[in-house]
Ligand binder design. Structure first.
Ligand SMILES: *Cc1c(COP(=O)(O)O)cnc(C)c1O
Length: 450
């Protein structure tokens, strides 16, 4: 173990040879004939790192294996859902058991009640909920609910927050402090983007101006509990308090999109982390235990506006799917064990801080931001990165080198420097030490010609 003395690690002599990726490359060639870019979700395509995507054969605990048989310690965790690690026996057993009775009915099952009860009893931010099949759907529905509830049309979002691929949120900031958004995807009508106001994060002045400029028009402000899809942009407590107050003062709803942070920072997510009570919360990822799920929830009063009780329509053929519910029940039950989050978060912060100590000792321009079991390695010397504009795009060249060196040392990070990493309960001290050693070596190479 390198305890506090990381600066004395031996200097690595050079890059390792590339691991064999023949089978993955072959599968990727074939996939390109089926799917745009060879993938079913763009970030998987390895566009901003070296090489072609690894095709994963299996996962177990904190490990994944690719089609060529290479083993990796995984810090992507399927982009967040796998807080217990891959193929957790409790999750697998529950899913297998439930599947014996069939996989979908399009009618209610007791499993939906069971997962809902687990969530509502242990989470003070939601009184009633609705399950969907993805985070995107949850957010899309939460927005509709906010509009239906307030009778207003405009939504305010923040530059650098990702909320899934729903039209009105695929919008980026235009020029100027407070602007209507510009679409960030082809196929999103300008008129949709015109209903979305985009401002920078952590900026009270921009928020105040937006509410003045669009007085009485803003249905809701949507923010990631802690923005973690474009780097890890940890907001100040004071700012989040201000945000809650200004929403209240203007009778606009505050939506916390906790699809990543929900059940990750703790059972009550970023809302509890900040001690904020959002009006609507969205969850996804972890609550499905690796199967496709999302959900949104709010007070009983707000949720009464959802169909069939109310006039806001929202539905889903596979919503509340029994197999997905089973995975969620098994996973969330584990998270409720006493000390679960304390142990996980301690382990993750020790990991992040020890990488930071190594980098600092060597004067490397690297900051490891972390909260709970989420971490992000930013190639910067800024002490805080809280807005999208604080991220230097040129620094991503360093991530590219890091990513390749880590793959060649058996460490799997999501293939983009804008993505965060996750420590799971399955990462033991031994593997975290191994991963650290690989990261130290890789950083020495990244900064060799600094
Ligand atoms: C992942 C994510 C989404 C989208 O969820 P999908 O299941 O990918 O549709 C929405 N919001 C946040 C904050 C996310 O992290």
């Amino acid at each position: 173990m390198f305890s506090g003395n990381e600066g004395d690690m031996p200097v690595n002599t050079g890059s390792k040879a590339d691991i064999s990726r023949e089978k993955s490359a072959e599968l990727y060639e074939k996939a390109k004939s089926f799917f745009p870019g060879g993938v079913n979700s763009p970030v998987r395509a390895f566009k901003s790192v070296y090489g072609t995507p690894l095709f994963i054969q299996k996962g177990d605990g904190c490990f994944v294996w690719d089609a060529d048989g290479n083993q990796f310690i995984d810090f992507c965790g399927s982009w967040g859902p796998l807080i217990l690690g891959h193929n957790h026996p409790k999750v697998r057993e529950k899913v297998t058991e439930v599947m014996q009775n069939g996989m979908s009915f399009g009618a209610p099952t007791a499993l939906e009640n069971e997962l809902a009860e687990l969530i509502i009893k242990n989470n003070k931010y939601v009184e009633k909920i609705r399950f969907t099949s993805s985070g995107t759907e949850a957010v899309m529905s939460a927005i509709r609910l906010a509009r239906g509830f307030t009778g207003r049309d405009k939504i305010l979002k923040f530059e650098g927050c990702y909320h899934g691929h729903t039209d009105s949120l695929l919008v980026k900031a235009g020029s100027g402090l407070v602007t209507f958004g510009e679409t960030s995807s082809a196929g999103v009508p300008k008129s949709f983007a015109q209903e979305t106001i985009v401002i920078p994060l952590n900026d009270q002045k921009a928020l105040t101006e937006a509410f003045e400029q669009f007085k009485g028009e803003i249905a809701a402000v949507i923010i990631e509990g802690i923005p973690a899809n474009n780097g890890l942009l940890i907001q100040d407590q004071e700012y989040v308090n201000f945000l809650q107050q200004i929403c209240k003062d203007n009778q606009s709803l505050l939506i916390f999109d906790e699809v990543i942070t929900g059940f990750r920072l703790g059972f009550e997510g970023a809302a509890a982390h900040y001690g904020i009570k959002p009006d609507i919360v969205t969850y996804g990822k972890i609550i499905g235990g690796g199967l496709p799920v999302g959900m949104y929830g709010a007070s009983a009063e707000i949720m009464a506006h959802i169909s069939p009780d109310g006039g806001v329509y929202q539905a889903g053929t596979l919503s509340g799917n029994p197999v997905a519910m089973a995975a969620g029940i098994a996973q969330l039950s584990e998270l409720l064990r006493s000390g679960f989050y304390k142990d996980l978060n301690n382990k993750a912060s020790e990991f992040a801080e020890s990488i930071q100590r190594f980098a600092t000792a060597r004067n490397y321009k690297l900051k490891v931001f972390h909260v709970g079991s989420i971490f992000w390695m930013a190639f910067t010397d800024k002490d805080k990165i809280q807005t999208a504009a604080d991220i230097d795009p040129a620094s991503m060249e360093k991530f590219k080198v890091l990513h390749r060196e880590l793959l060649n040392r058996g460490i799997y990070f999501g293939p983009s420097g804008y993505e965060v990493g996750f420590v799971s309960a399955a990462h033991t001290k031994i593997e975290l030490e191994k991963a650290k050693r690989a990261i130290f070596e890789a950083l020495d190479l990244v900064f060799r010609n600094k």
